[in-house]
Write a protein that binds this ligand. Structure first.
Ligand SMILES: Cc1ncc(COP(=O)(O)O)c(C=O)c1O
Length: 377
């Protein structure tokens, strides 16, 4: 089997497994306990916090460990949103229509239940948002701008530095969902006020993530209880999960430049070959400003789910774009926002590549072209 769905999840790295084994066996303390076992767990958690902070250009005290990217995005949108509403009566959130549901849904929840107003700034046909379009909708009562650094379905990279500049000028906090960008794009100098990452996209563990949020940004917790994570996220910390995230992020950051260049080269050759062999295939997302790891297409006239089944028969596991939509007949909200019609959007195929990839994907391009040919006939 050739697994090309790394944007959905990745296998746990060997180095991660080695690093966490003690914390699952002998070093099992609760970091809040006063005794020596608790102290050792606390030290492990602090080490992980330093590693995550270093990879994200944040301070260790900014890092809040969460149960994943979804919770990190929820904490940013709801936590910063509630604090802005309580502090200065600000109830306006700006985002884009192509964001992951873990960003869009908490914003919509605030609108539905707490009287917020959400502005979704449109994107172009590549899924890019114009920073000037964001600047135009900022208001004195804007609580937060929330965007993804790179899209999970089509790989398009957003102009985050320009968006950050516009937000800074208006004094509005910027939250960046870097779940897909981590390990592929530099995150240290994004200019964001908060950044969400997820462990399982990087060779860490499923159900782990973090939000790095600058201390000067007021944040209301969304999980209340014992006050762990400096009160921002109650609940006994997942020490092994945090250690896994720290090691996975540190390794991905160390390998980033080399892996990004190598995988982008293989991806570019793959995209060229698919477009040559399957004349009805279209690349989705930006042709250049895209994650090195994502090759995404639509195949008008061919059912996307059927292509995935054909590919799986030839031993290739890809996806229709988002694991959350698997099995669903709903067209992708990302492709609809980028201007594709619903029928075309239903033909989406996404290949998301591993960091370690070092050989040509020519056989996959051939299998895709064959599948498209058979199903179109
Ligand atoms: C862009 C993006 N944000 C957030 C998430 C959610 O992360 P998690 O699976 O850790 O909850 C995902 C997962 O696919 C994602 O792709």
């Amino acid at each position: 089997m050739l697994y090309l769905d790394h944007a959905a999840t990745t296998p746990v790295r060997r180095e991660v497994l080695e690093a966490i084994t003690p914390h699952l066996t002998t070093e099992f303390g609760n970091p809040s306990s006063a005794h020596s076992a608790g102290e050792r767990a606390r030290e492990a958690l602090d080490g992980a916090r330093h590693r995550v902070a270093a990879a994200l250009g944040a301070r260790p005290g900014d890092v809040v460990f969460t149960s994943g990217g979804t919770e990190a995005n929820n904490l940013a949108v709801q936590g910063i949103g509630f604090a802005a509403a309580l502090g200065r009566g600000a109830r306006h959130i700006v985002t884009t229509p192509i964001e992951h549901s873990s960003l869009l849904e908490p914003a919509r929840f605030l609108a539905r239940v707490h009287g917020f107003e959400v502005t979704e700034v449109p994107v172009d046909r590549y899924g890019r948002v114009d920073p000037a379009g964001i600047a135009r909708v900022l208001r004195p009562d804007t609580a937060l701008v929330a965007v993804g650094a790179a899209n999970n379905e089509i790989g398009t990279v957003q102009p985050v530095a320009e968006i950050a500049a516009a937000c800074r000028e208006s004094g509005v906090p910027l939250h960046v969902d870097a779940v897909q960008a981590a390990g592929w794009l530099p995150l240290g100098d994004l200019g964001a006020d908060s950044i969400a990452v997820s462990g399982h996209k990087l060779g860490g563990l499923q159900g782990t993530g973090a939000l790095a949020v600058r201390r000067r940004i007021p944040l209301e917790p969304i999980l209340h209880g014992g006050g762990q994570e400096r009160g921002a996220r109650s609940g006994t910390e997942n020490v092994a999960g945090a250690v896994a995230l720290g090691v996975a992020l540190e390794l991905a950051e160390r390998e980033r430049a080399e892996a990004a260049a190598r995988v982008a080269r293989i991806r570019d050759a793959f995209v060229d070959e698919v477009l040559n062999r399957a004349p009805n295939a279209w690349l989705t997302g930006h042709p250049d400003d895209r994650l090195p790891s994502i090759a995404s297409f639509v195949l008008p006239g061919v059912n996307g789910e059927s292509v995935l089944i054909e590919l799986a028969r030839s031993g290739v596991l890809a996806s229709s774009g988002s694991a959350c939509r698997a099995g669903s007949t709903e067209p992708s909200h990302v492709l609809l926002a980028a201007g594709f019609d619903a029928d075309t959007a239903r033909t989406a195929i996404r290949f998301s590549l591993p960091r370690g990839l070092d050989s040509s994907l020519s056989p996959v391009a051939r299998a895709l072209a064959d599948a498209a040919d058979t199903l179109a006939a």
